[in-house]
Design a protein around this ligand. Structure first.
Ligand code: ADP
Length: 479
């Protein structure tokens, strides 16, 4: 098996030095598939959090003054080191998060860092034709300053590289707090950043109590930007805390993605795409198909195609070959999924597959298909975050779009149809930040990811994701 010891770091990165907590306290990280202890990381307090912010603030003038080419070179080296260490990084992720190794490998692929390294050289301003003689008008882009980042456990690497890459490319410095359940992926990335020549203080990584660190990051005068991925509930708390100092914010919050299947599709192919999208990270993704609407004329045929696919999923430890679905992040996650499924069944849904915790116990939940879902069921309103497909029938295009939009969330939506006009109409009218037409795994380093309504604000990825770490300055020069 791959040797992960060179990349297993049990300390935090502050000002280029690997340190423990002042109190000596640590956080235990467990493997959700086995309950084994993966390791411990420091439980940092207020002082260490402030030290990390001070270090990032001190490094900012130097980092932002480097040329884009110099920053880009370091990011490219970081990318290369990640690429050569994919096996170890993937295994670390599987051990702490549970997702199958093959999926972890795909996530670790450092496309976000490479894209940011390339784009660092393309942060252009504008020369604007002047309204006054002998005056030059310029709009230039400058980095915001120190970026405070809070990332979740479901994508322990991609959520970091998608924030840190563009921030560093833009010239910002970073204080990152990864989730306490998946810190080793973050710390391993930090080790590789140091090896790539990241100057001290440019990237700081701290682990500890989330509300405490969140409070300091959102209120500290030396933090210019907050980027958070997590629940809408926590996003609201952070926005409230950051409001008095009007910090710039990017919030990637919850979703409730509709997946609409019209009667003109290739049923087998569509069922397969739905299953693939749902299997990602065991359904624990904010863009996972949550409410599946299938046209009534193909409903039964669609279930007939979907059932053998999901029944064939291999549930188990993500390190085992051929496993499709690993454990959920912890037993609390299983309880939440079970509550949603039980509520749906109590209110009249039919369980076609699964419908209960998996016999492997611990954090495992069985692949589940429910039909007869109604809008008043909790499962229609909440993010499922488990390997559960919840299906309802529809008959009419306008009505299904209205139903799909009837949620406070607006992150991702999917529509499957071979009618070009309908694809154009429905994708236009779906009130979501991103829409997949005949595809359901659509995130990519160069495209904007993010939501409308209560799914958040701002975008990650693409040029929008870089802009999130830049301010526009207008300079008028009388010559
Ligand atoms: P989930 O329950 O799916 O982990 P959360 O939004 O609760 O989603 O958590 C996302 C991230 O935010 C985690 O890393 C968590 O530790 C962190 N977090 C939770 N509560 C707070 C808070 N009050 N302030 C800052 N971060 C928080």
């Amino acid at each position: 098996m791959t040797d992960i010891t060179p990349l297993m770091m049990d300390k935090n990165l502050i000002n280029g030095v690997w340190v423990g907590s002042l109190s000596g306290k640590t956080i235990i990280v467990t493997n959700p598939a086995t309950d084994d202890i993966v390791g411990t990381v420091p439980d940092m307090g207020v002082d260490e959090t402030e030290q990390a912010i001070e270090a990032a603030d001190k490094a900012f003038p130097m980092w932002s003054a480097m040329t884009a080419y110099e920053r880009s070179e370091i990011l490219e080296k970081w990318h290369d080191l990640i690429a050569t260490n994919i096996e170890a990084l993937a295994l670390i992720m599987t051990l702490e998060n549970g997702k199958p190794l093959a999926e972890a490998r795909t996530e670790v692929s450092p496309a976000n860092i490479l894209w940011a390294a390339e784009e660092a050289k393309r942060i252009y301003g504008r020369i604007i034709p002047s309204n006054v003689k002998n005056r030059q008008l310029q709009a230039v882009k400058q980095p915001i300053g120190v970026a405070g980042m809070i990332t979740p456990w479901n994508f322990p690497s991609a959520m970091i590289t998608r924030k840190v890459g563009p921030a560093l490319a833009a010239g910002c410095t970073v204080v990152l707090k990864p989730d306490h359940r998946t810190p080793f992926s973050a710390l391993a990335l930090g080790m590789l950043a140091v090896s790539a020549g990241m100057p001290k203080g440019v990237l700081n990584i701290i682990t500890g109590d989330a509300p405490m660190i969140g409070k300091i990051l959102t209120t500290h005068p030396k933090i210019g930007k907050i980027s958070f991925t997590g629940s809408t509930q926590v996003g609201r708390i952070l926005a409230e805390q950051a409001a008095p100092s009007l910090k710039k914010m990017s919030l990637e919050l919850g979703g409730n993605a509709p997946f609409i299947v019209f009667d003109d599709v290739d049923i087998k192919e569509t069922a397969s795409r739905l299953a693939t999208a749902k299997a990602r990270n065991m359904g624990q993704s904010c863009v996972s198909p949550n409410r599946v609407y299938v046209h009534e004329t193909i409903h039964d045929a669609f279930i007939a195609e979907l059932l053998p696919i999901m029944a064939g999923w291999k549930v188990g430890n993500g390190t085992e070959a051929g496993v499709t679905v690993g454990p959920l992040i912890d037993s609390k996650a299983v309880e939440k999924v079970a509550r949603l499924v039980d509520d749906a069944i109590k209110k009249g849904a039919t369980c076609v597959l699964g419908g209960k915790a998996h016999e492997l116990g611990r954090s495992f939940y069985s692949p589940t298909i429910l039909t007869g879902i109604m809008p008043d069921m909790d499962i229609s309103r909440a993010e499922i975050f488990g390997p559960v497909i919840a299906i309802q029938k529809f008959t009419d295009e306008d009505a299904v779009v209205k139903a799909a939009n009837d949620t406070e969330f607006g992150l991702a939506a999917y529509v499957f149809t071979n009618d070009l006009g309908r694809a154009a109409r429905v994708s236009t009218h779906l009130q979501y930040g991103q829409v997949g037409v005949n595809c359901a795994v659509i995130s990519f380093a160069a495209t904007p990811f993010g939501g409308i309504k209560q799914s958040g604000m701002g975008r990650e990825g693409g040029t929008e994701g870089l802009d999130a770490y830049l301010e526009t300055k207008y300079i008028a020069i009388q010559t």
